[in-house]
Design a protein around this ligand. Structure first.
Ligand code: SF4
Length: 313
């Protein structure tokens, strides 16, 4: 644990990405969404055509790729960020779908264009662990940015859960890719989801233990929510699935923070549904209330990240 993480944990209970980036950039940072127009192998038939059962077919994209180049998207969002936040560091975020899917030449083209943007201070790239090889990881590792994060979807370490939600890859695939990427110098971030169908709180605890044991440098916690036009929405309407309550979710996050390695940067405490997609639970649409509930849980329990973590756990 370094001084930055230790101070952040003392101040707010966990090592937040805002504290991390303030130390790196000497000022606050904001993300800039970038949509490079990639697809997902779990949707385009490479792995499956159904997608993960909880995933909206928009894949969290802005959809701007069809109208604007990446540089134009950057200019578009930068103006808005600067107007609201002033002189902040700007971190590009390739979020939509799987941004290493397809031939390596495609990824190379994207990174070459991004490398020409002078005020891009950092880059986060989201993908699936089964869309990576050594050549793609090396391309990423060579990208000239002060902060470079590879965001990999895991969701759960339980193979039965991954099969149930049609994830299309196993946890061993995540472990392999995380180890390869971290070994080549990338900061690896794991996406995990609480309340997946059929899971118990013990499964969630096990997923956090699984992440702790890998060379993972960051984590995003997500609560399961039901999005419109997904297989999960059909199951929810048929009464087969029930998303967690806010009270349960806040308690689970609190417990996970206690168990989480103290050097892992927490990039997100809860999911953030896109406008118009949320079916249930209603609380998932109230970002401030969710944040407040988690912070209240942290205060109530005197929670400090890593306090229940041990090397042998
Ligand atoms: S959650 Fe990610 S991996 Fe799953 S279908 Fe959606 S874009 Fe693909």
């Amino acid at each position: 644990m370094n001084k930055v993480s230790s101070n952040a944990i003392q101040a707010q209970g966990y090592y937040s990405v805002s504290a991390h980036w303030k130390a790196i950039f000497s000022r606050p940072a904001r993300k800039v969404p970038l949509d490079a127009g990639f697809t997902c192998p779990n949707r385009d038939g490479t792995v499956s055509s159904g997608g993960c059962s909880f995933c909206n077919a928009n894949g969290s994209g802005t959809g701007l790729h069809s109208a604007m180049s990446l540089t134009q998207q950057w200019d578009h969002w930068r103006e808005r960020r600067r107007a609201v936040w002033g002189d902040v560091a700007l971190v590009g975020y390739l979020q939509a779908f799987s941004n290493t899917h397809g031939p390596v030449s495609r990824l190379r083209g994207v990174l070459e264009e991004l490398a020409t943007i002078p005020d891009l201070d950092g880059l986060c790239l989201g993908t699936r662990p089964d869309c990576l090889d050594q050549e793609k990881i090396q391309l990423l590792a060579d990208f000239p940015a002060r902060e470079l994060w590879l965001e990999l979807g895991l969701q759960s370490s339980n193979p039965a859960t991954l099969a149930r939600v049609n994830r299309g890859h196993g946890s061993e695939c995540f472990a392999r890719s995380a180890e390869m990427a971290a070994g080549m110098g990338l900061k690896v971030l794991a996406h995990v989801m609480a309340g997946l169908p059929g899971e118990t709180p013990a499964d969630w605890d096990e997923t956090v233990r699984f992440v702790n044991a890998l060379p993972v440098a960051g984590i995003k916690f997500h609560n399961l929510f039901v999005a419109e036009h997904t297989p999960l929405a059909n199951d929810y309407r048929a009464g087969l699935v029930q998303p967690p309550t806010l009270e349960d979710y806040a308690a689970w996050v609190g417990r996970s923070l206690s168990a989480l390695r103290p050097d892992i940067v927490v990039h997100r405490l809860a999911a953030d549904p896109a406008q118009g997609e949320l079916v249930a639970p209603a609380w998932a649409g109230d970002k401030r209330a969710v944040h407040n509930a988690i912070m209240a849980e942290i205060r109530r329990g005197g929670i400090r990240q890593g306090v229940a973590w041990s090397v042998s756990a």
